[in-house]
Structure formats: structure tokens, C-alpha cells
Design a protein around this ligand. Structure first.
Ligand code: PMP
Length: 399
């Protein structure tokens, strides 16, 4: 008998599994609103002009040498300016330990491994719900997970009271995973005022905030505005961790370009922490990929190209905001008796529709519409999305 006879097929990933099922469906009418990648009006992937220009500048000039273990110094510098602010005193004081990471996922995983190695008795508090991969990441890093209240299904908004209670009730010095903006999958973010209260309470409890910032710029259209939550915590004197991804805001999905940073007490601590992060990366993948990092640093370090990028991020965010409006208006015009206010209140790439897993299953089996069972829909081609909702309204029971 084979050595691997006992290996059972792994359960399908709730997000990537949707794409697999979609590809296997022979129906010409099939629609995939599952995976979280931006698409144009024809449902095609988008490459930003600033990225094409950066690639033109790279062409022919790039050697294929290894990057340092911690990745591109230049790309890290630019990433820190984006997250912590152009004139951040923490950057000047060299208090931030940062390494280039394999996009947002890799940044989260590096942090989770670091947490396990240096604070082996700590746990991580994760919002309910969250991006499903957060659970896998901290599970594989063997960090015990707790959850905290976040979403209030009845109001389709933030469960602020529940969230504050959970922060207060967690043991002092707990680690919390916070979505910096455009919470995935709910599209519900705390207001600025609420962030201030959260930060204040974190301070009282000496909790450590780890920000997963996968959508900087994608929420409001302005990366500075989307960094507000982080800036509030910085103002309040917290040490923080931050995972940055260029998958969405530069459309660099497959390039795996990201950054992990940890704000330390002083430069000496930052040097030590960075060296340990590198040592965690070394046996896993040795050093990160060069191309995406170069694209990012070329765009962010050239004021002209950065402006092109800012315009393009805003373009993507505005287009989604427009789709939200149109979708809600359309549903109301169709005479839907339900409230669709949450569609325009939510922020970011997704519509957290409120559909049940059973309703989603029916959409998939009867109408070849593919999406995750939590009812999350990615905004895309208008016609597809509208037809989808029209079908939903006409043929399914109310939410
Ligand atoms: N965090 C959140 C909340 C996300 O939604 C995503 C992308 N789906 C990521 C992290 C990481 O994505 P990537 O590894 O492609 O940067």
C-alpha cells in the first residue's frame, strides 16, 4: 500500500473553491462574483497604467539577482510612508521593523509565526466574521484564536457595543487583528470617532493592535484617508503591527507584493525584531520576489507616477461606489420591499448581501451564479450583477 494512502482530499477553500466550481460549470450563462479581484465592465482583469509604465522602465534593466532576506529596502521605505505617513517620526527615528512580505497573506503569516515564537502563550482575537484565511493563518502558526464581536446582522452594521465589551473583557495585553479599512467580508468599518474610542480602550487594556490593511485606497479612494485608523492608534502612542498588500490597490494580485511592519520601542528593538523576522522567512522562502517590489517602489518614489496611481485608485473606488448606488436604486425601482441601505453604507470591494448559505446554494445550482456561502458578492460588471439580483428578487424568498 502507498505511503500516502491515508491522505484524504482537503476541504475546498471557501473562496478559491468557488472559482474551481465556476470553471467546472459548462453553462454559458455562468457568472462568478466570488473571488475578490477587481474587474472592468467586460469582466476582464485590470492592469493599471502606472504599473505598465513602471514595467516599461524596468524592461531590460532588471537583473535577476536575489533581493536581501528582508526584501527591497526601497519598497519597504515607500510602504512605511504610505502606512505611517510621509513625515512619520517613527520612520525618522527608525523605530519600525519592516520586511517585504508575500503580499498581505504572507505578512499576516510572518507576524503570526513571530507572535508564536516570541510570545508563545499569547492568543489572537479575530473579528466575527473575517476573511476566512485569517483563521487558517493563525491556526497553522499554532496561535490559539479567540473571536470578538464585530458585525450586527440585524442592523447590518457594526456591533460597536459588543466589540467594546469584548475588548474590555479580553485579558490585558491581548493581540487583536483589526481590518484597517474596508472590512472583508462585511464592508462595515468603525467611524473615526469609534476608532478613537477603540484606541482609547486598547490603551487602557494594553492590547496590541495588528492591522491587516489589504485595501488601502480602495475604501474611500484616498490612501491617506484609509490609513486613518492606523494614524489614530499611532497618535495615541500604541505600538502596532501592520500587514500591507498591493494586490488590490495596485492590482498586483499575482505578484505577491506586500510589507509587514512592527512599530517598536526604539531603534535597537526594531533592529532585533527585523533580524528575527528575516530569520523566520529564511527557511520558508529565503527571500521575496523582485518584480512586484520594483514596480511598487518605482511608482511610489516618482511623484508623477504616484499621482497617476492615486488617480487610478480613486477611479476604481469611485466606480464601485457608483455601482453600489446604481444597484440600490435598481432594486428599489424594481419594487423590492426590503431595505437595501446597507448596500450603499458598506465600503470596499464587496457587497455583503445578507443572503443565507441556502439561498446562495440555490443561486448556484439553479442559476449558475457563483459566490461564497456567506453571501459576499464582488462588485463587477453591472449587467451581470443586476441580472443576478433581479433573479434573486424575483425567484427567491425575502432575506
Ligand atoms: N487580508 C484581507 C482582509 C484580504 O481581504 C486579503 C485579500 N483577499 C488579504 C489579506 C490578502 O491578500 P493578498 O495575500 O493577495 O495580499
Amino acid at each position: 500500500s502507498s505511503l500516502f494512502g491515508h491522505v484524504e482530499p482537503a476541504p475546498k477553500d471557501p473562496i478559491l473553491g468557488v472559482t474551481e466550481a465556476f470553471l467546472a460549470d459548462p453553462s454559458p450563462d455562468k457568472v462568478n462574483v466570488g473571488v475578490g479581484a477587481y474587474r472592468d465592465d467586460d469582466g476582464k482583469p485590470v492592469v493599471l497604467d502606472c504599473v505598465r509604465e513602471a514595467e516599461r522602465r524596468i524592461a531590460g534593466n532588471l537583473n535577476m539577482e536575489y533581493l536581501p532576506m528582508g526584501g527591497s529596502i526601497h519598497m519597504i521605505e515607500e510602504s512605511l510612508k504610505l502606512a505611517y505617513g510621509e513625515d512619520s517620526e517613527f520612520i525618522k527615528d527608525k523605530r519600525i521593523a519592516a520586511v517585504q512580505a508575500l503580499s498581505g497573506t504572507g505578512a499576516c503569516r510572518l507576524f503570526a509565526d513571530f507572535q508564536k515564537r516570541f510570545l508563545p502563550d499569547s492568543q489572537i482575537y479575530i473579528p466575527t466574521p473575517t476573511w476566512s484565511n485569517h483563521h487558517n493563518i493563525w491556526r497553522d502558526a499554532q496561535v490559539p484564536q479567540r473571536t470578538f464581536s464585530y458585525y450586527h446582522p440585524e442592523s447590518r452594521g457594526l456591533d460597536f457595543a459588543g466589540l467594546m465589551d469584548d475588548i474590555k473583557n479580553a485579558p490585558n495585553g491581548s493581540f487583536f487583528l483589526l481590518h484597517a479599512c474596508a472590512h472583508n467580508p462585511t464592508g462595515v468599518d468603525p467611524t473615526e470617532e469609534q476608532w478613537r474610542e477603540i484606541s482609547y480602550q486598547f490603551k487602557l487594556k494594553n492590547h496590541f493592535p495588528f492591522f491587516d490593511m489589504a485595501y488601502q485606497g480602495f475604501a474611500s479612494g484616498d490612501p491617506e484617508r484609509d490609513a486613518k485608523a492606523i494614524r489614530i492608534f499611532l497618535e495615541d502612542g500604541h505600538q502596532i503591527g501592520c500587514a500591507q498588500s498591493y494586490a488590490k490597490n495596485m492590482g498586483l494580485y499575482g505578484q505577491r507584493a506586500g510589507c509587514l511592519s512592527i512599530l517598536c520601542e526604539d531603534e535597537m528593538q526594531a533592529v532585533a525584531v527585523k533580524s528575527q523576522l528575516q530569520q523566520i522567512a529564511r527557511p520558508m522562502y529565503s527571500n521575496p520576489p523582485v518584480h512586484g517590489a520594483l514596480v511598487v517602489s518605482i511608482i511610489l518614489s516618482d511623484p508623477e507616477l504616484k499621482n497617476v496611481w492615486l488617480g487610478e485608485v480613486k477611479g476604481m473606488a469611485d466606480r464601485i461606489i457608483g455601482m453600489r448606488k446604481a444597484l440600490r436604486e435598481n432594486l428599489e425601482k424594481l419594487g423590492s420591499p426590503l431595505s437595501w441601505e446597507h448596500v450603499t453604507n458598506q465600503i470596499g470591494m464587496f457587497c455583503y448581501s445578507g443572503m443565507t448559505p441556502e439561498q446562495v446554494d440555490r443561486l448556484t445550482s439553479e442559476y449558475h451564479i457563483y459566490m461564497t456561502r456567506n453571501g459576499r458578492i464582488r462588485y463587477q460588471q453591472r449587467l451581470e450583477l443586476f441580472s443576478f439580483f433581479v433573479l434573486f428578487i424575483i425567484s427567491l424568498a425575502p432575506l
